[in-house]
Write a protein that binds this ligand. Structure first.
Ligand SMILES: [Zn+2]
Length: 348
């Protein structure tokens, strides 16, 4: 028994060393066959049991079986190690974790949408509500209620798309002024962004479908100074902190007095000059036209049931694409309508 145990000890030690040396599956299989195979070293030890006295044989068999079980566990563990080493090697060969990832291009907000959002956000900060309305309107909201009756020559200025005798695609966002004032008592403070439509020939400065941002404030004691303050703030929001605003006398049927609104040219900073050259954005005038504004006409207030002796208000309407021309220094308004990803990416 002692002799058998020392033989077994010798076999298991050599087995362990051989397993450690085996660095692939084939080598490991050779070790298994050499030690645990039918004619392997363990079988030779097992044969020696027959030479033992019968009383010692069961104990010898148990010791050998335990040793075999331990050797098989050792083989199993060696298989696992080889597999995981092979996987690591494959990973190292196929994946470079330091390689930059693929950049997935994300879309960006369209410049027209961004100007609308920034303008609305500015007015919302000042307590205004954003309202949106129908793009096809009866002529009552579009013209009559805005002090432009059917025989008024100003209707000619709005070259409109008529759907029927009384329904048209709105040529301005001003119908929302009437709709809001008819539904609410003063004070009213709204900003109304949206699409507008006019039968204009399309060129570098005109589109037949464009966007407006319109504002209306009606309360007691409102005057032109409030309007100028709010529009100066809007221009500074959109174009930069140095912007100023000026009013030029004008005429609109729905405001009195009325004004065209200009802001200082952001490109030449209101100097009209770029170096020694005349500024190409403002043509050297130092000012950029933004749109119309004025104090709400008393007839409009009367139409919606407000007392013009008690309430006053201002309104303005700016073309969003026109704001975009100035803000992004774009030379042709039609570029905003083409989904050119290179152009849009430049402005984002
Ligand atoms: Zn300029």
């Amino acid at each position: 028994m002692t002799e058998l145990a020392s033989k077994l000890d010798d076999v298991t030690q050599r087995f362990a060393a051989a397993v450690d040396r085996a660095n692939d599956e084939q080598a490991l299989e050779s070790v298994r066959v050499a030690y645990l195979g039918r004619n392997g070293e363990v079988t030779a030890v097992r044969r020696a049991i027959g030479a033992l006295p019968p009383g010692e044989r069961p104990e010898a068999g148990r010791v050998i079986n335990d040793a075999v079980a331990a050797m098989e566990r050792r083989l199993q563990a060696a298989h696992g190690e080889l597999e995981s080493r092979a996987f690591d090697a494959e990973l190292a060969a196929s994946i470079d974790v330091t390689f930059p990832s693929i950049r997935r291009p994300a879309g960006s907000i369209h410049p027209v949408r961004r100007i609308i959002e920034e303008s609305c956000a500015y007015f919302v900060r000042h307590g205004f509500a954003v309202v949106v309305g129908p793009e096809a309107e009866p002529d009552y909201y579009t013209f009559d209620a805005l002090n432009i009756p059917s025989d008024h020559p100003a209707r000619e200025g709005f070259d409109s798309f008529w759907i029927s005798d009384t329904l048209l695609l709105r040529p301005h966002t001003s119908p929302m002024q009437i709709r809001t004032m008819q539904q609410h008592r003063p004070p009213i403070a709204i900003v109304a962004p949206g699409k507008c439509f006019r039968r204009d020939a399309v060129d570098a400065r005109h589109l037949f479908q464009f966007h407006q941002v319109e504002g209306l404030l009606v309360a007691e004691g409102i005057n032109f100074g409030h309007l100028k303050g709010m529009l100066t703030g809007l221009c500074r929001e959109l174009f930069g902190a140095q912007q100023n605003v000026r009013f030029r006398p004008s005429y609109f049927p729905f405001t009195e007095p009325s004004a065209e609104v200009d802001t200082t040219c952001p490109k030449c900073k209101g100097t009209g000059l770029l170096g020694s050259q005349s500024c190409n954005m403002c043509g050297g005038s130092a000012w950029i036209e933004l749109g119309g504004a004025g104090m709400v006409h008393p007839s409009v207030l009367t139409e919606v049931g407000y007392d013009p002796d008690r309430y006053s208000g201002w309104a303005f309407g700016f073309g969003v694409e026109r704001l975009g021309l100035t803000r992004y220094e774009v030379d042709d308004i039609r570029r905003f309508t083409k989904s050119d990803p290179n152009f849009l990416a430049q402005l984002s």
